[in-house]
Design a protein around this ligand. Sequence first.
Ligand code: UD1
Length: 430
Amino acid sequence: MDRIRLVGGNPLHGDITISGAKNAALPLMIASLLSDEPLVLTNVPRLADVKQLERILENHGVDIAVHGRRRGESDDGGQRMTFHAADIVDTTAPYDLVSKMRASFWVIGPLLARCHEARVSLPGGCAIGTRPVDLFLFGLKELGAEIDIDDGYVVAKAPKGGLIGARIVFPKVSVGATHTLLMAATLAKGTTVIENAAQEPEITNVAECLVAMGAKISGIGTRTLTIEGVEKLHGANVEVIPDRIETGTFAMAAAMTGGDVFLRGARADHLQSALDILAKTGVDLTTEAGGIRVTRNGNGIQPVDVETHPFPGFPTDLQAQFMALMTMSQGTSHVRETIFENRYMHVAELARFGADIAVDGQLATIRGKSQLKGAQVMATDLRASVSLVIAGLAAKGETIVNRIYHLDRGFERLEDKLSRCGAEIERLAG
Ligand code: UD1
């Protein structure tokens, strides 16, 4: 397995182009199942999770093409890809494909809406706590689906004539369940109202894609989505939004190492809560034309308390990186994880750098300021892995990050982007 070797201590200086958002690209690709016409997506990031979802979609019969660069496009832009589900040949999403990535479970929505049946393996994915699918099944049942669990598979059938619009009140905010029910409702008969919907920018990206495909949706960007079902969706051309988690990660890396980094393409409105918190730590953030500039010159990092919440709150996907930053703050800070019950696996690894973090249930107490020292570390999930990389950038001496396949799932050309800004970082082939 590949590893990353890095030597900490260099401030970051330069330009980093933010890639397309993984968490938007995946559901947008899945939306292609809703129409027999081609969906063209631009700014699709080159990631292992995207490749994995391509395999799943191809198994359902989707033709996928990657196009070349167009005139005027920069060489570090994302991919332009076409997804064409002219004929869905198989409504089963098998275990060996779905178990590698949780988001692939979301195909259940469009398959059920368009083909009136789906057989989808219960998911796997990052080991960040039990991630049940009860909200998905609850929502699909509200639309009239009959659901059985058989041999590790969810077997879902729509009523004769297809799904039927309904009022769905989610007891808890779920990004995946919102994507899935939103997609399913576009082809249901009549009106669906989704209450307590997730409001993440990735949901808005998908909702706008569905509208471009002919869906009738109102309340986009709010907690209540109203969908008037239509007979058929058509093709469209949609751009994947920039990755706000990648943006926040590089901003925190620059905060830790010091320096001056321009995050090209980043959108402040997609991560305002995280930027507000970062500003309180003493980092200078300025929104300029075409991106966000992050600077820290010599001044210390202030301790700031954080709680993770659904959008527009502080994202759980930046919690590990923020904790890495707080190990360098001049005082004690607290992090409370409210979304996932087991998302502190990075704590033991950060301790290997010399960090002082105590966990009590969902609350972590971080005592600074630690002078981090390079170490051998290993990561268990995507965002935890990158927190170890940014800790290594700020640590004294050499760090080796093992099991980096998690990084390749969600960060495009990470070493390349960082080394162009002066970091000493390389990939060691396994
Ligand atoms: C998505 C993101 C992930 C992010 C998470 C929270 C993608 C591909 N992944 O994951 O990066 O960390 O949102 O912002 O976009 N839950 C239930 N029952 C369900 C579904 C979820 O109890 O049926 C719980 C989960 O266990 C968790 C919470 O709801 O505690 C939120 O999870 P959810 O928003 O569904 O996360 P994902 O969509 O899996």
